[in-house]
Design a protein around this ligand. Structure first.
Ligand code: ACO
Length: 448
């Protein structure tokens, strides 16, 4: 099987959102903290009629319809999510409603969970299935779906919500360069969800940033080592056209790319020009630990990496800045932004992806892109995702209304015996929504 990878993608995010500038003022944060400090523009959130299951249903049915895929043609379905609605029953089983209707219950796979990494784990599983001797010739499907909500406080503006569905098979326009991959997995308490009565995580913000950057370093060095082993030459950021990062907020993405540039400097790679070498020289003797906390290094490396950031990273930032952290969907929404921005110009390009999930698990891997054959072509994927229209047709909600919604959801989380408002006025046609949770906690959905 050649070129196994992503054949098609669909992205869905709730039409309800709050402007970061308005939220900043509402929270009494200093002006510019969320917009410049975090680098975020807007944040989507689920109203009381949406959740990770309804978003997953919407993304899956929309993908199948747009590409005219018979639900019987799906042989494996895996879900990545860290939003726990049930401790036993997988989100995948809820999505089976779409396939059962068409007489297909022969679909392998369940959910993968570890913070924002579950989507990548699900994707690797499905790709491995297509490449394996158990593959039966049908398509695989990966769904990343999350609602990122935080308790009141400094982390709240780094929320978001979305679902992404990806169709997997051979001869894909987005295929894996499976040899060039580096992982780093370790035990950390940077962000976790030990309180089963609450949807909110316990988060050590500072530690989570450091864990993220340390994982990034380790994965990058491993990917470089593998590249050198197989290609017999050094890998540097010049060898990839684009870098896509898991995006909790844009500032961390800026810092991440600057970090790769600094590592290239330490490895004397050709990607670093003379001027940058001079500017980074004073930091070359810092120990690993010191280098994560050195503010001057952070500022200087961001400054010298800026030109390459604009070229190789900026085109991946639209959805993460407009929608917020989408947890498992975040990396793939950043990648979708790249396809939206560059579509057919991406043929022949290499895209390096960095997936991070607190706790912690991380992998850096590489995609090779080709224009592909209709309907599975980059330009058609960009066209059908229709990201500009989806962004434009959103409804901005006041910070007060956002806070009120989160309060209601706190109350509803883990609850039973309620009906929702069934208010679908903001939802586009074809969107699934929650109507009721009965006295046995059974959840019911309808399609607009
Ligand atoms: N104008 C411009 N910039 C400002 C302003 C202002 N008025 N005020 C602050 N800033 C800048 C700060 O200088 C800082 O930028 P810098 O790091 O480049 O210096 C940035 O805004 C953030 O300010 P902090 O004071 O560091 O923010 P705070 O500590 O309040 O919260 C945090 C940030 C820790 C990220 C918090 O939002 C959080 O815990 N989020 C969730 C955890 C998270 O997303 N971690 C990332 C990896 S794990 C994951 O994906 C869940």
């Amino acid at each position: 099987r050649r070129d196994v990878g992503v054949l098609a993608m669909e992205v869905y995010f709730p039409p309800t959102c709050v402007q970061q500038e308005a939220l900043e003022a509402h929270d009494g944060a200093s002006k510019g903290k969320y917009t410049i400090g975090f680098g975020q523009d807007c944040m989507a959130f689920c109203s009381e009629v949406e959740d990770v299951i309804s978003m997953g249903l919407t993304a899956v049915t929309s993908l199948l319809e747009k590409y005219n895929i018979d639900p019987k043609q799906i042989g494996r379905l895996e879900v990545g999510s860290e939003t726990v609605i049930d401790k036993s029953k997988s989100i995948k089983t809820f999505l089976m409603q779409v396939f059962e209707e068409h007489g297909n219950t022969d679909i392998e796979g369940v959910d993968s969970t570890n913070a924002c990494y579950g989507g990548t784990a699900a994707l690797f599983n499905v790709v491995n299935w297509v490449e394996s001797s158990s593959w039966d010739g049908r398509y695989g499907l990966v769904v990343c779906t999350d609602s990122a909500v935080y308790a009141e406080g400094p982390a709240r503006p780094t929320g978001g919500a979305a679902a992404i569905a990806m169709l997997i098979g051979p001869n894909a326009p987005i295929s894996f360069e499976s040899k060039f991959r580096g992982s780093h997995m370790s035990h950390a308490y940077d962000f976790y969800k030990p309180d089963l009565a609450s949807e909110y995580p316990v988060v050590d913000g500072r530690l989570s940033q450091t864990c993220y950057l340390m994982a990034l370093d380790t994965c990058y060095r491993r990917l470089c080592a593998k590249y050198e082993k197989f290609q017999g030459k050094q890998f540097s950021i010049s060898d990839a056209d684009y870098f896509v990062f898991h995006s909790p907020y844009n500032k961390l993405v800026q810092k991440s790319f600057a970090r790769l540039y600094f590592i290239d400097f330490l490895r004397s790679a050709s990607s670093v020009d003379e001027d940058a070498k001079e500017k980074l020289a004073p930091f070359s003797a810092l120990s690993g630990d010191e280098s994560y906390s050195n503010r001057d290094l952070e500022k200087m490396s961001q400054q010298v990496a800026k030109r390459l950031y604009n070229e190789k990273v900026q085109p991946t930032t639209l959805l993460p800045k407009q929608v917020g952290n989408m947890y498992t969907a975040s990396l793939y929404a950043a990648f979708a932004s790249l396809i939206h921005e560059k579509h057919s110009a991406l043929g022949g390009k290499r895209v390096v992806m960095f997936s991070y999930g607190s706790g912690l698990t991380s992998t850096m891997f590489s995609f090779r892109l080709s224009e592909g054959q209709h309907p599975f072509s980059l330009s058609n994927i960009a066209n059908l995702m229709d990201i500009s229209r989806k962004l434009k047709s959103r409804q901005e909600v006041s910070p007060e209304k956002f806070v009120e919604t989160l309060r209601l959801m706190e109350h509803r989380y883990g609850g039973k015996d309620f009906v929702t408002s069934k208010d679908t006025s903001l939802l586009p046609p074809g969107t699934f929504y929650l109507t009721e949770v009965d006295s046995l906690y059974r959840r019911f959905y309808s399609k607009k």
